[in-house]
Write a protein that binds this ligand. Structure first.
Ligand SMILES: [Zn+2]
Length: 289
């Protein structure tokens, strides 16, 4: 190595030290290599890491055929155990967003679900429209259910699904701060609560589900449970793997960079695939959820 290269190398090392320690150290000699421009991967990582961590999820951007099946409003004395049998037979994992008063009535079912690898999460105590309630009333709904789940399975939930998907931005913030919950909505809704029949529930779920989907269903309606064997079979045939919501969130990968600087090649807007969209905060008043 020439003396000049050696000196340049040393001064570059000092410059790096200066950056690390927060001081401004100017290199004594010109550095031959300018810092590498940010790679697309770095840009994407920065773009996907805003100052505030993401709290609300409708779906998750993942590399792989992973989905989350979620069941709301139980546990139900007979239908939830039946569903657990089906999940076990098909090697599927699910997340149960339980109503607190049902959880308090059936702690044994929650224990079984946990033992079999499923996740238990908060869906309020009495299924009210949280978006229209005072902070104090919401706090009571969530705390009672958090306590009922902890009493049943020995650990507290980390996820909340507000009934009807109804929640304000202010509520999301303080609920996340106080309870540590992430707010889980959904991107696949078969409207099974309207009881359209097992075949319609099946076809809606199979049509809308893609990698990273969070699928909403309810384990309190017999036709929903009746639809599950065919749904599980066909999801399996399509190569999907069902994991819990927390597992799906852990698989999240950065979104590809958006081509904002380049002019549109075609006058027709092309919709991004739903899997790549982190939907904005949602307040819905539909009976789903
Ligand atoms: Zn619900």
């Amino acid at each position: 190595m020439s003396v000049r290269r050696l000196l340049a190398s040393i001064s570059f090392s000092f410059a790096l030290l200066g950056v690390v320690s927060g001081q401004t150290v100017l290199p004594a000699l010109p550095v031959e290599k300018s810092p590498a421009p940010p790679t697309p991967a770095r840009v994407a990582a920065v773009a996907a890491s805003p100052v505030q961590p993401q709290i609300t999820f409708n779906s998750v951007h993942v590399d792989g055929p992973y989905i989350a099946l979620t069941f709301d409003d139980g546990p139900h004395a007979t239908l939830t155990p039946k569903l657990l049998d089906l999940l076990a037979a098909h090697h599927m994992k699910a997340t149960f967003f339980v109503v607190g008063q049902n959880a308090a009535d059936h702690p044994d079912i929650l224990r079984r679900a946990l033992r079999e690898g499923h996740e238990i999460a908060n869906h309020s105590w009495s299924h009210p429209n949280l978006g229209k309630m005072s902070d104090e009333a919401v706090r009571r709904e969530l705390q009672k259910t958090d306590d009922a789940i902890a009493a049943a399975i020995g650990k507290r939930p980390t996820l909340l699904r507000p009934p009807y998907g109804s929640i304000t931005a202010h509520q999301k913030r303080w609920i996340h701060d106080e309870f540590g919950y992430r707010i889980i909505i959904w991107d696949v809704d078969p409207l099974d609560w309207k009881r359209p029949g097992p075949s319609v529930v099946t076809s809606r779920i199979l049509k809308e589900t893609h990698a990273g989907s969070i699928v909403l269903s309810h384990d309190i309606h017999p036709p929903t449970i009746e639809a599950m064997p065919a749904i599980f079979d066909q999801l399996d045939r399509k190569g999907f793997k069902s994991v819990t919501v927390t597992e799906l969130l852990a698989m999240a990968t950065p979104l590809p960079p958006k081509p904002t600087a380049t002019p549109r090649a075609s006058p027709v807007p092309v919709a991004a695939p739903a899997s790549s969209i982190y939907a904005p905060p949602v307040i819905t008043t539909t009976p789903g959820g």
